[in-house]
Structure formats: structure tokens, C-alpha cells
Design a protein around this ligand. Structure first.
Ligand SMILES: [Zn+2]
Length: 342
């Protein structure tokens, strides 16, 4: 059997399975992709019960606040296009062991905060702001949008000629084929996609409301972005980047905090961890991270984590580009090894 054709047929089958005749990403398909992606990343997730429990408590508080706002019809149309109840009952927040400064979500039941990010947060309010931002992406179904954007054209091309795709004739064909075999198309799709500037701005807007209504200090919502600016990471002009500039995100967060009604004071609640416990949890994350096994799957999970697009830093980092290149090279080598067996 012609192996190129069989691979191509598999891809067509997957596409049809994922997107059906409408080529529109549904909650079911995005959640399934996110679950697949999670299997790749799980080895890098910190399993420590106290840390897991803590991050999940923050996430649950964000989600409960989002659920209330959802009942009040808050947010964009995309938040209401389907039954959203799964978002408010299944979302898992993972602390991943990584020296990279990032956080992201695959749009389904999983959101990821990197331990390095937690380490850089001055307090829980800042950490909760990032968690709320990530849930904003889930709430507004941004991964669905990105997937539709990415596959709108490609899906049609596939129906016309799958072989062209397998040969890399389509614009992104090679890219997907390279990631496809080992990591799942999903990972490749997500890595290649990222979020748009509008998505980021919307996730900030939604996240701000979730965060404030959940009781954290709204004045501190932009604190983490300010920290990134202080570290010299706001160097790409906004119009050159897929992200809003960090300084504009800080400014907008300040405006939002100032525009809150007087009644917003009643929303405030103590943080889950006070300053002392927060410092202890950060130290714990660092200590636990050091003792994690550095096996092969963890190395790949780490590479994946280093390669995902950033929700925070406007420009693509050297580390991200290198991680992506390494992944592609590893994938190619893997395919080369497997090829003679067929
Ligand atoms: Zn984001």
C-alpha cells in the first residue's frame, strides 16, 4: 500500500472526524484535542498535592466567578454559542515544571501555568490574574476561532486533494505533517496558531472581570505585565506583534480598576494564600521541581512547553524558536527511523 496515500487518508479521516461537513470546531472536538495534548504535557505537570490543590483552588474561584457572570450574559457571543456548562465543572489548572515564563490553555478542560511564572508573581492577586486571563480564552472559545481560521482554507483543500497535503503542497502541510505523527495534529495546530491580538485583549477584559468579581485586588491585575516590562520584555512595537503591548495592557487594567463601581469594594475577599503562605508555596514549587525525574517524555514535554506561543510576552523568544526547531528536527529524525520498517 502506498504509505503517503494512507497517511493522507488518515489525515482526511481525522479532519472529517474533527470538523464534520461544516469545518467548524465544536466544543467536543476542541476538548478532545486538548485532552490529547494534555497526555503529552502531563509528565511535566507538578504532582505535588499541595501545589496542585492550591492552583486548582485559584482556578475554581475564577471559574465560579465566570459562571455567575455567564448567567448574567456577560461576554462575547462566542461564550454563548453552545452549552458552556462543561467549562464551569471540568476545568483543570496545572502547574508545570518549567523555567520558561508562560501560561496557556488549549481551549478545552486544561489550562497551564508555568512554575517560573508563579515564581515571578509577587502575590496571589498577580497569579490569579494570569489564571483568569487563561480562563478568558476558554470562556470566549478562542482556540475554536483559531482552529477555524487555520483550517478554513486547508479543510477545503483536503477535500480536493489529500495527496497534495501529504506532500506539503498546501501552505501549512509540511508543518502539520512534521508535528502530526508523534505529537498529534492538535499540538502542531496549536503551536502554529497562537492567539490574535484581539483574542489577547478580550481574554484580558474577561479575565479582569472574573478576577475582580472573585475577590482579588483589581489594582493588581496588571501587576504581572508590569513586572515583564520591568524585566525589559516589552520591546516589540504593538503593530509588529500579534500581542497587545504590555504597557497598553497595564494601562487598560488600571483604567478598568479605576472605572469599577463603588459597590465593587464588596467583592473583595482575602486571598487563598496570604503573603507568607504564598512565599512558602513558591519555594515548594521550586524544590519539588528540582526533584522531578528528567526522563525522555519529560524532556519532550518540556520542549513542547517551551515552544507554545506566549500569552504574555509580545515577541517570539529565542527559546521558543529554538524549541520549535528542535521539535521539528526530532520529529523528522523519528520519521526517518520509522520509514524503513514500512
Ligand atoms: Zn492569552
Amino acid at each position: 500500500m502506498n504509505s503517503a496515500r494512507s497517511i493522507a487518508s488518515t489525515f482526511v479521516f481525522l479532519f472529517l472526524g474533527f470538523f464534520g461537513a461544516t469545518s467548524c470546531a465544536t466544543d467536543r472536538t476542541i476538548r478532545a484535542q486538548a485532552t490529547d495534548y494534555h497526555k503529552e504535557l502531563e509528565p511535566a505537570v507538578l504532582t505535588d498535592a499541595e501545589l496542585r490543590g492550591y492552583l486548582q483552588q485559584i482556578g475554581d474561584r475564577v471559574v465560579a466567578s465566570a459562571k455567575e457572570l455567564h448567567a448574567q450574559k456577560f461576554g462575547p457571543k462566542s461564550a454563548f454559542k453552545d452549552d458552556s456548562s462543561w467549562m464551569f465543572s471540568n476545568e483543570q489548572f496545572h502547574l508545570v515544571n518549567s523555567a520558561t515564563l508562560n501560561a496557556f490553555t488549549t481551549g478545552g478542560d486544561h489550562a497551564y501555568i508555568y512554575s517560573q511564572l508563579m515564581k515571578e508573581c509577587n502575590n496571589e492577586d498577580e497569579l490569579a490574574a494570569v489564571v483568569a486571563h487563561e480562563f478568558g480564552h476558554v470562556y470566549a472559545r478562542h482556540v475554536h476561532k483559531g482552529t477555524d481560521r487555520q483550517y478554513g482554507v486547508l479543510g477545503g483543500a483536503l477535500l480536493l486533494g489529500a495527496a497534495g497535503y501529504a506532500a506539503g503542497g498546501e501552505e501549512h502541510g509540511q508543518e502539520y505533517a512534521a508535528y502530526g505523527a508523534g505529537l498529534g495534529m492538535i499540538a502542531g495546530n496549536f503551536l502554529a496558531m497562537g492567539f490574535t491580538r484581539d483574542d489577547e485583549a478580550e481574554a484580558d477584559q474577561l479575565g479582569f472581570e472574573f478576577h475582580a468579581r472573585a475577590g482579588w485586588d483589581p489594582e493588581r491585575f496588571g501587576g504581572f505585565f508590569q513586572k515583564l516590562i520591568d524585566k525589559g520584555l516589552d520591546t516589540t512595537p504593538e503593530k509588529m506583534s500579534d500581542h497587545p503591548s504590555l504597557s497598553s495592557r497595564v494601562a487598560v487594567a488600571k483604567q478598568r480598576a479605576a472605572a469599577l463601581p463603588a459597590t465593587a469594594k464588596a467583592w473583595r475577599k482575602p486571598p487563598i494564600a496570604d503573603a507568607q503562605r504564598f512565599a512558602a508555596l513558591k519555594a515548594r514549587a521550586e524544590a519539588v521541581g528540582k526533584s522531578m525525574p528528567n526522563d525522555q517524555s519529560l524532556a519532550r514535554a518540556k520542549l513542547l512547553l517551551a515552544a507554545v506561543p506566549s500569552c504574555l510576552v509580545p515577541q517570539e523568544s529565542q527559546e521558543q524558536m529554538e524549541a520549535r526547531a528542535t521539535l521539528e528536527a526530532a520529529q523528522a529524525a523519528e520519521e526517518g527511523r520509522e520509514a524503513p520498517k514500512k
